[in-house]
Design a protein around this ligand. Structure first.
Ligand code: 6PG
Length: 504
């Protein structure tokens, strides 16, 4: 019997997606340049599905892969983003792929590459894309999926994608967890829905990752203040995070932070996190989000700051040298009461900074959607992110509701629920930023969110002076508040008032 899906790339994500597809009743023909990886998937399938027929068939060439599939063929790629995607596409063309066959790229591809690929392969096959979030566990038991491209392809992919995706209870927005091989969740809302034309899904996943960077950095900054400012150990921080995770701050990233902080090094018995070198890696999606925000002209300072925080962490040797040269403020010992106050201020700071990071990400997607005519549905995107993905969090249900109330919402800060939350907690947020700053502990992302909030609160910003400066040295012109909008003015600045002395 022919297979339902061809699968290329059996790395950790690929293998788990294959087993997830198999659990949901699909038969897979699998190919990887490293046949050991194909064997590993076949063995794991046999192990997990002892009494059933094999659900994964190994193939040793692209030609064999196509020959094992039902026509029209559906092939899923789980290969590294970049040139490898094109190499596989060319190999599939060489193997005889047909124009009505569909190839789905599930990697973290740059969205503009996806747009190009849809056009490039148009005559050979339908290039479809579906970004996947959730890491290896998500891939195995239910990821969040962000498909985009041909609407026809989506009609074929949809039943498969909605069966393997994470599910949530539609009323509460709470994830319906799958944890065991063989288990399926036939009910609930699937975290997989059509995002839009080619490139839109990868753009949305890119912004998801930008928010992920911001969310992670905000948690790390709070951890830093709790460790250095309050002198707490990893266990104590972990306990605080566990308590917060039971409330408004409930999220996957909080949950894993609790576990990372509790983890002990088996050799020394010390908290493992204390032994991890403080140089952050990055594969590029956060950077792409920051670059896109600059190109689109959308303020996303918390996301950009999170990228910078990773960059500054990577200059370890330089930081060791500068730390010897520069001075930090003397810190006072805090009383127990002061410590407890700062802990609750940090809670509120984390929450408010997080809201602002999401507000930036959603506004960025909105502006990109207008620019590229994608017609993104933000309630649907928030719904998809409620489970399965790395940024899943209880408050994604509140974001879903905000966009259900107003699908055209320009910025989350305009939604009454979020503006009320920010008003309620902003005083503690300011205290946390001020105290951390006085202690000399960097809280760049939390501060960036606060400055963003404060800018959004200001009807008038000092850009009037800036426009004056620009007009002074470059005759760049300015508009006036007391004249018709759009009318440009220029002034011979140095002719009025004191003459400017020449520099010598
Ligand atoms: C996900 C993750 C995943 C990965 C990113 C970020 O949604 O499953 O976002 O895609 O964590 O590639 O990786 P870096 O932190 O290395 O940039």
């Amino acid at each position: 019997m022919k297979c339902d899906i061809g699968f290329v790339g059996l790395g950790v994500m690929g293998k788990n997606l294959v087993l997830n597809l198999a659990d949901n009743g699909f038969k897979i023909a699998a190919f990887d340049l490293d046949f050991e990886k194909v064997n590993a998937a076949i063995e794991q399938d046999a192990e997990e599905n002892k009494h059933g027929n094999p659900r994964v068939i190994g193939c040793s060439s692209y030609t064999e892969l196509l020959s094992k599939l039902k026509a029209p063929h559906l092939i899923v790629l789980s290969v590294p983003a970049g040139d490898v995607v094109d190499q596989v596409c060319h190999n599939l063309i060489g193997a005889g792929i047909q124009p009505d066959d569909i190839v789905i790229d599930t990697g973290n591809s740059l969205w503009t590459d996806t747009v190009e690929r849809e056009k490039r392969y148009n005559e050979n096959f339908i290039f479809f894309s579906s970004a996947v979030s959730g890491g290896e566990v998500g891939a195995r038991f239910g990821p969040a999926l962000m498909p985009s491209g041909s609407a026809y392809a989506w009609t074929r992919v949809k039943p498969i994608w909605q069966s393997i995706a994470a599910k949530v209870d539609g009323d509460t927005g709470k994830p319906l967890e799958r944890t065991e091989p063989g288990q399926i969740i036939p009910h609930g809302e699937a975290c997989a829905d059509y995002i839009g034309p080619a490139g839109a899904g990868h753009y949305v996943k890119m912004v998801h990752n930008g928010i992920e960077y911001a969310d992670m950095q905000i948690i790390c900054e709070v951890y830093h203040v709790l460790r250095e400012g309050l002198g707490l150990d990893c266990e104590q921080v972990s306990d605080i995070f566990a308590e917060w995770n039971a409330g408004d701050l409930n999220s996957y990233l909080m949950e894993i932070s609790v576990e990372v902080l509790r983890h002990k090094d088996p050799e020394s018995g010390a908290a493992l996190v204390d032994l991890i070198l403080d140089k952050a890696g990055q594969k590029g999606t956060g950077l792409w989000t920051a670059v896109s925000s600059l190109e689109v002209g959308c303020p996303a300072p918390t996301i950009s700051q999170a990228v910078y925080a990773r960059s500054i962490s990577s200059f370890k040797e330089l930081r060791i040298a500068t730390a010897k040269k520069l001075t930090r403020p003397q810190t006072e010992t805090l009383s127990e009461e002061q410590k407890q106050a700062l802990i609750s201020e940090l809670h509120d700071a984390l929450y408010c900074a997080k809201i602002c990071a999401y507000a930036q990400g959603f506004q960025l997607m909105k502006l990109a959607s207008v620019e590229h005519n994608w017609k993104l549905n933000f309630a649907s995107i928030a719904r998809i992110w409620r489970a399965g993905c790395i940024i899943r969090a209880s408050f994604l249900q509140s974001i879903t509701k905000a966009f259900e109330r107003d699908s055209d919402l320009e910025n989350l800060l305009l939604d009454s629920y979020f503006s009320d939350q920010l008003s309620k907690y902003q005083s503690n947020w300011r205290q946390a930023v001020a105290k951390a700053t006085l202690m000399g502990i960097p809280v760049g992302a939390i501060s960036a969110s606060l400055s963003y909030y404060d800018s959004m609160c200001c009807e008038t910003l000092p850009a009037n002076l800036l426009q004056g400066q620009r007009d002074y040295f470059g005759a760049h012109t300015f508009e006036r508040v007391d004249k018709a909008a759009g009318k440009k003015f220029h002034v011979e600045w140095s002719k009025q008032g004191r003459p400017i002395k020449p520099l010598n």
